[in-house]
Design a protein around this ligand. Structure first.
Ligand code: CFM
Length: 558
């Protein structure tokens, strides 16, 4: 596509675009009018009025760039993306935070990634423990490697895990501790897998950098370590599903019913042994493209396992994804089983949707979450007859917005250049393309897309506002202009938004609910959103200063 098409797409920014009878360009202006000119120019590129050309092209949106200092962002750090997001849900690796105690403590059990330790024979589950080197002034001045060695030894002595991983926080990079050398030494000494991550919080512009670093580390140190081919038909890996609120359990249930064998998940309800032979699966399924596409690409290059994008958020999307899997394996037995499962599951979902619809139809949502959910959850809202007025990611890249076809046109800046790209080659003995070129072509001809993700914008309404890395200020403006029926974001935004009298659904942790994936998940979601958008409590919510703006105050010295 590149320049010509992009130029054409950008034209829509100069045409009026209607959003609920309002001029979307005018609204965009209102969001940035208070900013100093330099900030406004930057935000102007990150706030885009959606316009889908007849050929399916969407406008360019700037993303994966630094947040302007002073703007209150929703973003997290590189360490959070590596330790918390990608490696955190694996129950039997001891994850040691090398750094001050706060980094370990505040990343401990705050993400609702569930796990089932009974599914591994040793029953190891280290997730309820918080491991950290608790760096002090002493280590900052004289170095922390000694203490890290002691911590690894202590963790080993107490728990005898199969693997220990070390995560670097900001000071580790600043003082120059060589965590990789320490890990190599301890790996040789303890004779278990010990590996480290240079995922210092300051790296990159968001947690997205940490995803990439985690992908590189897990691929280098774990994937391919065990060539055992497990029993089972239709072997898949589920990539980018983290079992928040039990989502993976629901997907596993459906796969079991269909007879699909899950070799490994990255990394909801996962264990290290499963990562180690994930390269024996025959298909990779990508749920969250942003956090894990690197592992899929590397596994395809090295071992010949192709990947497809699937989505289990939304009942229709779940059915569609199951059909794609069946299409890939080209076995009538699986196709039939999948159709039977869909036919058995859908009536309950459709009945739940029909029950809530009279109350939810036409309601309006806004979603500002992470790097994939702002897209996926629009499916569920659609099934309830609700509209997404505006959506955006915290830290996604242009391909997650516009589709992977823009990958060659993405500018590599200094921040992304800092994150290592591994040079992967086909494995000399184990590279085994699961389908030959003709078979892939044939399947593509039948509509099964490999290595493709079309992104969020092509599926959004014309004229919807797409906002990357939304700020607190813009959030409040959007709320006062549109008064949406529900706002979806995270805990940091929740109470600020609810004080405006707008319910906020946390789409990171699901508040205390879930699962929302698969068929049963969809039913849960319909009921919860129905309750939230129809609760009358929001109308009664007035802050004291709204009720009585005349409150007087005096200075103490007066
Ligand atoms: Fe992927 Fe995620 Fe997300 Fe993400 Fe996350 Fe998350 Fe998320 Mo919170 S891996 S990009 S870094 S789907 S923790 S499970 S909810 S921001 S939209």
């Amino acid at each position: 596509m590149a320049t010509a098409a992009n130029k054409k797409n950008n034209l829509c920014d100069n045409e009026p675009c209607e959003l609920e009878g309002l001029d979307a360009q005018e609204i965009k202006k209102k969001l940035i009018e208070k900013y100093p000119p330099k900030v406004a120019r930057k935000r102007d590129k990150q706030i885009v009025v959606n316009r889908i050309d007849p050929d399916g092209k969407v406008p360019v949106i700037q993303s994966n760039v630094r947040t302007v200092p002073g703007l209150i962002s929703q973003r997290g750090c590189c360490y959070a993306g590596c330790k918390g997001v990608v490696l955190g849900p694996t129950r039997d690796i001891i994850n040691i935070t090398h750094g001050p105690v706060g980094c370990g403590f505040y990343s401990w059990l705050t993400r609702r990634n569930q796990t089932d330790p009974d599914t591994t024979s040793d029953g190891h589950n280290f997730m309820p423990y918080c491991f950290t080197t608790d760096m002090q002034d002493q280590e900052i001045i004289f170095g922390g490697e000694k203490k890290l060695k002691l911590a690894i030894q202590e963790a080993y002595d107490n728990f005898h895990p199969k693997a220990i991983a070390v995560f670097s926080t900001c000071p580790v990079g600043l003082i120059g501790d060589d965590v990789h050398a320490v890990c190599r030494e301890m790996k040789a000494k303890l004779n278990i897998n010990v590996f480290g991550f240079s995922c210092e919080g300051y790296k990159g512009v968001s947690q997205s950098a940490g995803h990439h670093i985690a992908n590189n580390g897990i691929f280098t140190h774990v994937v391919g370590n065990d060539d055992t081919v497990r029993e089972g038909e239709y072997k898949v890996n589920m990539l980018g599903e983290y079992n928040i609120g039990g989502d993976a359990f629901e997907i596993e249930r459906i796969f079991d019913d269909c007879g699909i064998t899950m070799i490994s998940t990255f990394s909801g309800n996962s264990s290290i042994d499963k990562f180690a032979n994930s390269h024996t699966a025959d298909l990779n399924l990508i749920m969250c493209h942003r956090s894990i596409n690197y592992v899929a690409e590397m596994m395809e290059t090295k071992f010949g396992v192709p990947w497809i994008k699937i989505n289990f958020i939304g009942a229709e999307a779940t059915a569609k994804s199951l059909r794609k899997i069946a299409q890939y394996f080209e076995d009538p037995k699986l196709t039939q089983r999948v159709e039977e499962v869909i036919a058995a599951e859908l009536p309950a979902v459709q009945a739940a949707a029909a029950e809530v619809r009279p109350r939810t139809e036409g309601k309006r949502a806004m979603l500002f979450v992470g790097g994939s959910r702002a897209h996926h959850y629009q499916e569920l809202f659609k099934e309830m007859g609700m509209r997404t007025l505006s959506a955006g990611y915290e830290f996604a890249h242009r391909d997650d917005y516009e589709g992977r076809e823009v990958l060659p046109t993405i500018k590599v800046d200094a921040d992304s250049r800092n994150i290592q790209e591994l040079a992967i080659k086909p494995d000399e003995t184990r590279f085994n393309p699961r389908k030959n070129k003709e078979q892939m072509k044939k399947l593509e001809g039948q509509g099964l897309e490999f290595s493709e993700y079309d992104g969020m914008m092509p599926e959004m309404d014309q004229g919807a506002l797409v906002i990357d890395d939304i700020s607190q200020w813009e959030t409040e403006r959007m709320i006062s202009i549109f008064k949406p029926d529900i706002f979806c974001a995270g805990i940091k935004e929740k109470y600020a938004v609810q004080k405006h009298g707008i319910p906020l659904k946390q789409l990171h942790s699901y508040d205390y609910g879930g699962p929302y994936a698969g068929f049963k998940g969809a039913i849960n979601f319909y009921h919860e959103i129905d309750r939230m958008v129809n609760s009358r409590v929001w109308g009664y919510l007035k802050a004291p200063w709204q009720k009585n703006p005349e409150l007087a105050a005096t200075y103490a010295y007066e």
